[in-house]
Design a protein around this ligand. Structure first.
Ligand code: FA5
Ligand code: MG
Length: 474
């Protein structure tokens, strides 16, 4: 039943996106609220903090080609199949991803372009920045559209006569990297047979180890350089900075991506917590083979530009990046000097709760996320990473998924919502019915919302919950 509710809503036969018509089908779930933000290209908008951040990161990879204008509509093959995503990977699910139709979607990560870029040219390093789209939680560090930068560097193995010679060549370029004195925690072994395997079929241990060392050092150098530059600029302009309070600290955590192995995430210490800023690893060799580059070996990373920009400028709420308010935009300039964001008056929050009984048909695996924190991406599949495998059966589809509520709220309240979180859930001992209660924090960044306005939005949210999921409001 539920399966069809979105396609009924998105009833047009075609969706027009940036002037191109796409046929819709039962997979279509991209709402108008997302399409209306499509094509803003904040990462290349002059004087925008995301664009300033992008250029800072790019400047740490001299000689790399920078691709910054690839369109966001890609195929399932580009986004998943070509990257060795398993057929049942939860990232493919309609609860996590915006589908235009069963073959076409809004890219969920910049990795969607890796095979194409490598196919064109693999001998240079490159970066690629773009808007990416995910159905996700609502809070101050998550927004359904955000920006990533992909970066990659490869070496030619056929140019060397042995793995050893290739390893020597990579080591030589490794030694050209600058030394930093950053505090780095990296407690794990370079590979782990189960947790973080070497691609034994393709790579020697030495070769993969030196690629990984080059990767880690390059990324450590990037964060050191960016934060040092920001620090100097801020000190010069007499503004205090986060890093004055706390020295910059990073750590490497083992990770899993279908398109790299071994893989890691880098976390940066920020305001008393570890914040994940990027994922990376040794490129999956089948991916390079698909790109017609079987003789190359290399690394890739994917970084969240909002995460870095929030750290750099002290921007407290991810919605601000979308603001057209001059009080926000006027604070940033490509020409520098770099300045910290000065908050303008905060308007009062308006919390409203929605408590409801799930109908019998929707009981089953209620996918409720843990409360969102800044340190992880609560996209239920852990972003483009791996499982916890969710039941990907029709039953699981029919279950109420928290992201469905998130989207209803976003569609109705737009940027006037700051946070949505589960505050209570229980099962009635006799009837066995499940009850959930969510708190929705309405608050505009730009003005004070009136009580009537908030009540109006909240009534529509409750109405949609009843209409779409047949819940019973308590
Ligand atoms: C990926 O998307 C991988 N494709 C990254 C990658 C590329 C790994 C190349 C290896 C090689 P992940 O889902 O963790 O991974 O997202 C990468 C980064 O994007 C995160 O570290 C975080 O900085 C940022 N990010 C993820 N989800 C969000 C979100 N909802 N809002 C803001 N930033 C996010
Ligand atoms: Mg991640």
């Amino acid at each position: 039943v539920l399966r069809h509710s979105y396609s009924q809503d998105a009833s047009p036969r075609n969706l027009t996106i940036a002037g191109t018509d796409f046929p819709t089908d039962t997979w279509t779930n991209v709402p108008q609220s997302i399409l209306s933000q499509y094509g803003r290209k904040l990462h290349i908008q002059p004087d925008h903090p995301l664009s300033i951040t992008r250029k800072l990161v790019e400047s740490r990879f001299p000689g790399f080609r920078n691709h910054n204008t690839l369109p966001g509509v890609v195929t399932v093959d580009q986004n998943f199949d070509s990257l060795s995503f398993a057929p049942d990977h939860p990232g493919r699910s309609r609860t996590d991803t915006y589908y235009i139709n069963k073959d076409t979607l809004l890219r969920t990560h910049t990795t969607a372009h890796e095979v194409d870029v490598f196919r064109q040219n693999s001998s240079d390093g490159w970066t690629l920045s773009a808007d990416v789209y995910r159905r996700d939680a609502v809070d101050r560090s998550h927004y359904p559209i955000f920006h990533q930068m992909e970066g990659a560097l490869t070496w030619d193995r056929s140019a060397f006569h042995s793995w050893e010679a290739c390893t020597d060549a990579i080591r030589a370029s490794f030694e050209r990297l600058p030394n930093h004195d950053l505090v780095v925690e990296d407690p794990n072994p370079p590979f782990h047979a189960e947790r973080n395997p070497l691609q034994e079929k393709y790579h020697s241990a030495d070769e993969a180890e030196i690629v990984a060392a080059h990767l880690k050092r390059s990324l450590e150098d990037m964060v050191v350089a960016i934060f040092t530059a920001a620090d100097q600029a801020l000190t010069a302009s007499g503004q205090s900075s986060e890093s004055e309070k706390d020295p910059l600290k990073v750590r490497w955590v083992e990770a899993f991506f279908p398109h790299t192995s071994p893989s890691w995430e880098m976390e940066v210490w920020w305001r008393g917590d570890w914040l994940e800023v990027l994922g990376c690893g040794v490129i999956d060799q089948p991916l390079l083979i698909r790109a017609n580059q079987p003789d190359r070996i290399g690394w890739a990373f994917g970084i969240g530009l909002e995460r870095i920009a929030m750290l750099l400028f002290g921007i407290p709420d991810i919605r601000l990046f979308w603001s057209k308010d001059p009080r926000f935009l006027k604070q940033f300039s490509d020409a520098g000097p770099m300045r910290r964001f000065q908050p303008f008056s905060k308007h009062p929050p308006a919390p409203r709760d929605v408590a409801f009984w799930l109908p019998k048909t929707l009981e089953g695996p209620v996918v409720a996320e843990t409360p969102a924190s800044t340190s992880s991406a609560p996209n239920s599949a852990g972003g483009q990473q791996t499982s916890p495998p969710r039941n990907n059966t029709t039953e699981a589809e029919a279950a109420f998924h928290e992201n469905d509520l998130m989207e209803i709220v976003r569609t109705i309240a737009g940027d006037s919502v700051e946070d949505v979180r589960l505050i209570d859930s229980f099962t009635h001992p006799k009837s066995q019915r499940r009850s959930l209660c969510y708190r929705i924090e309405y608050r505009s960044l730009e003005r004070t919302l009136t009580t009537e306005e908030v009540n109006g939005m909240h009534e529509r949210v409750c109405g949609e919950m009843v209409g779409r999921f047949g819940v019973e409001i308590r």
